[in-house]
Design a protein. Structure first.
Length: 482
């Protein structure tokens, strides 16, 4: 298509001016522009941050789906709101008094603080604080309060499906009282050859969900192959695990999203309390109501600082953490995921050089998200100018040569050593391959770049193996020429 446009320049002077404009616009992204021949829609731009000089551009103002590049907006807005050292607090409060006999006469309430990385370890710290107070029994119920948000209505296909079946991790519905990234974890251990493997909970002595074990122990030296799926019926979640594990090998964990994160927290905390010798008379329940104003504080635990949360969110492109952070940015209670996206849109509206963007989530899972390469570069430039925030922001990006995602280790060594980036991938309803980040030129100057590639219903499948080398070739030339 691009070659046809260039040939057509010979027809009339009007067409010649149009095509010269197209060719000039593609300057700097000649390799990436080849994808237009296959029908892909592209928005790309690279610029130097000190001078603002544009080194390359191709339809830079075309709004396209950024997929997980959206997480850069979530990270930036979170840093702008709270700063790198902010910690989310999870509390235990009571609706009654603790007697001299160590009995809590009332309900024990977990006040979910929206911590995207609350784990069983933090729950143990809360329990230890109860034991320090001498509490060994609770007459009332354990109440898990997700009053801030949860369960947030599903806006994406995977989260809608996960209500009845979980085939991956980190894809659960969102809750301000979720634990362990809203994923169940089970440990598979070999037994004697020919016998079923042992499967236990990663978090509690006794499994807190039903387990359907069809894993066989095979002879040492054979390959391990484990398959897991979480299914849900009227009785709750069941983890089905099948396959084989060789005798004498280390235990292997499996992770699958839960159907109801707050209920998972209730099961886990209830089991841990019993394990610690604290008995609960009334079982557990989940609530969307905040604790009563009269509730008495018993224990609190602060999560990891935001700079650590962002490192995990961006490095591993954790959708659950990203959307939880976006929900934390909303005001009031029981907001929707599009409401969180609106907060991000308002943040983007304040960025110099950015046009209007459309964001329906903080993770990029929503295919309706739309930004242009120029918009993303405006975000990158703004964060580069925030001296106190930039180190944390850029630390969450991957340097290809040593990043945790091996698929980005492509292109020239110059590219792999000189860029810090975030990628975005979607395969439905159309192919999306997006990438954005910073680079350092050979002379030490900072630059930013963004390349958004979107397919259509008629374009073929596009892999990163096909996409990344083209981007790397173009960015490498920019790095080496400056």
């Amino acid at each position: 298509m691009r070659r046809w446009l260039i040939r057509s320049c010979l027809v009339t002077s009007v067409l010649s001016l149009t095509c010269l404009s197209f060719a000039a616009q593609a300057a700097g992204f000649d390799h990436v522009a080849k994808l237009a021949d296959k029908g892909f829609v592209i928005s790309a731009q690279a610029r130097l941050l000190d001078s603002g000089d544009v080194l390359g551009a191709l339809n830079p103002t075309q709004p396209l789906s950024p997929a997980s590049v959206t997480k850069l907006y979530t990270a930036a807005a979170s840093l702008d709101r709270w700063g790198p050292q902010h910690r989310f607090t999870t509390r235990l409060v009571s609706t009654g008094d603790v007697g001299s006999d160590g009995v809590l006469h009332g309900d024990l309430v977990l006040d979910g603080g929206g911590d995207p990385a609350l784990t069983s370890e933090e729950l143990w710290l809360l329990i230890q604080k109860l034991r320090e107070r001498g509490i060994h029994r609770i007459d009332g119920q354990l109440v898990v309060s997700q009053w801030r948000f949860g369960p947030v209505g599903c806006e994406t296909t995977d989260r809608c499906k996960t209500q009845t079946e979980g085939t991956n991790a980190y894809g659960a519905l969102l809750s301000s009282a979720a634990v362990n990234y809203a994923s169940w974890c089970a440990t598979v251990m070999p037994a004697q050859v020919g016998q079923p493997a042992h499967i236990t909970s990663c978090d509690t002595v006794a499994p807190t969900l039903r387990i359907d074990n069809d894993v066989k122990t095979v002879a040492a030296g054979q390959a391990a192959s484990l398959y897991a799926k979480r299914v849900t019926d009227s009785s709750g979640d069941t983890l089905r695990v099948s396959g084989q594990i060789p005798a004498g090998t280390y235990p292997r964990p499996v992770y699958k999203s839960s159907s109801n994160p707050a209920d998972q927290t209730g099961q886990t905390l209830y089991s841990l309390l019993s394990q610690a010798g604290i008995q609960i008379g009334g079982g557990y329940t989940v609530s969307q109501q905040p604790p009563p104003i009269s509730a008495k504080p018993l224990a609190a635990v602060e999560g990891k600082p935001l700079q650590e949360l962002l490192l995990r969110t961006l490095n591993y492109s954790n959708n659950f953490m990203a959307d939880t952070l976006a929900m934390d940015l909303t005001a009031g209670s029981q907001q929707s995921l599009p409401s969180a996206g609106h907060v991000l849109e308002q943040f983007a509206a304040g960025l110099s050089g950015s046009g209007p963007v459309t964001l329906r989530s903080g993770s990029g899972l929503t295919p309706e998200n739309r930004v242009s390469a120029q918009d993303v570069n405006a975000l990158l430039a703004a964060m580069y100018g925030r001296a106190s925030l930039f180190p944390t922001f850029v630390a969450g990006m991957q340097v290809p040569t040593n990043g945790p995602m091996h698929f980005i280790r492509r292109g020239s060594q110059t590219f792999q050593d000189h860029v810090m980036l975030k990628t975005g991938t979607l395969n439905e309803p159309v192919t999306v391959r997006a990438i954005a980040g910073y680079f350092r030129t050979e002379s030490g100057r900072w630059g930013s770049f963004s390349v958004l590639v979107n397919g259509t219903a008629s374009t073929p499948y596009l892999s990163w193996r096909q996409t990344l080398p083209l981007i790397a070739d173009d960015v490498t030339a920019m790095i080496e020429n400056h």
